[in-house]
Design a binder for this molecule. Structure first.
Ligand code: AMP
Ligand code: ZN
Length: 136
C-alpha cells in the first residue's frame, strides 16, 4: 500500500487536531479548511474508497459522521452543515483514505459549492430511471 497520510495520523506518526475518537473512527480538523470548524471523519481501517467500506462497518461509520456533524453544528453555532465525500479523482478526491467532510455553514456566508445544472430532453428521465434502477 502506498503511504497514506490518514493512516499515519491514525498510527500517531503524523499530528492532527483530533476532535472525536471511538473504537473505529476519528475526526480531526481539516488542515486547509473551507471555513473554520471544517472537520474530516475517517474510519481507522484503511479503505481508499467509500465504495470499498465493508457493509458491516458502513452503518457505524455513518453514525459517527452524524454524531460529529451535529457536534460541529452545535459548537460552531452554524445555521446549517454540509456533509459530503469525494469518491475518486474525478470527484475531487485527493487523499485516498475514505473520509467525510463536515463543513459548518451560515446564512449568507458566500460559500458556493453549487455546480451548474444540466437538464433532460424528452424521454431521457425515463431512460435514466431505468438505467439507474437496474444498476442499484
Ligand atoms: P479530498 O479532496 O476529499 O480527498 O479531501 C482531502 C482533505 O484533506 C482536504 O480538504 C485537505 O485539506 C485535507 N488534508 C490533507 N492533509 C491533511 C492533514 N495532514 N491533516 C488534516 N487535513 C488534511
Ligand atoms: Zn489510510
Amino acid at each position: 500500500m502506498e503511504e497514506c497520510i490518514f493512516c499515519k495520523i491514525i498510527e500517531g506518526k503524523l499530528p492532527c487536531w483530533k476532535v472525536y475518537e471511538d473504537k473505529s473512527h476519528i475526526a480531526f480538523l481539516d488542515l486547509y479548511p473551507a471555513v473554520k470548524g471544517h472537520v474530516l471523519v475517517i474510519p481507522k481501517k484503511h479503505y481508499a474508497h467509500f465504495s470499498q467500506i465493508h457493509h458491516k462497518e458502513i452503518g457505524n461509520f455513518i453514525e459517527a459522521v452524524q454524531k460529529v456533524a451535529m457536534g460541529v453544528k452545535k459548537a460552531m453555532k452554524a445555521d446549517g452543515i454540509n456533509v459530503f465525500l469525494n469518491e475518486g479523482k474525478a470527484a475531487g478526491q485527493i487523499v485516498f483514505h475514505a473520509h467525510f467532510h463536515i463543513i459548518p455553514r451560515y446564512e449568507n456566508d458566500g460559500i458556493n459549492f453549487s455546480v451548474g445544472r444540466d437538464s433532460y430532453l424528452d424521454g431521457e428521465m425515463l431512460m435514466m430511471q431505468r438505467k439507474l434502477t437496474d444498476s442499484i
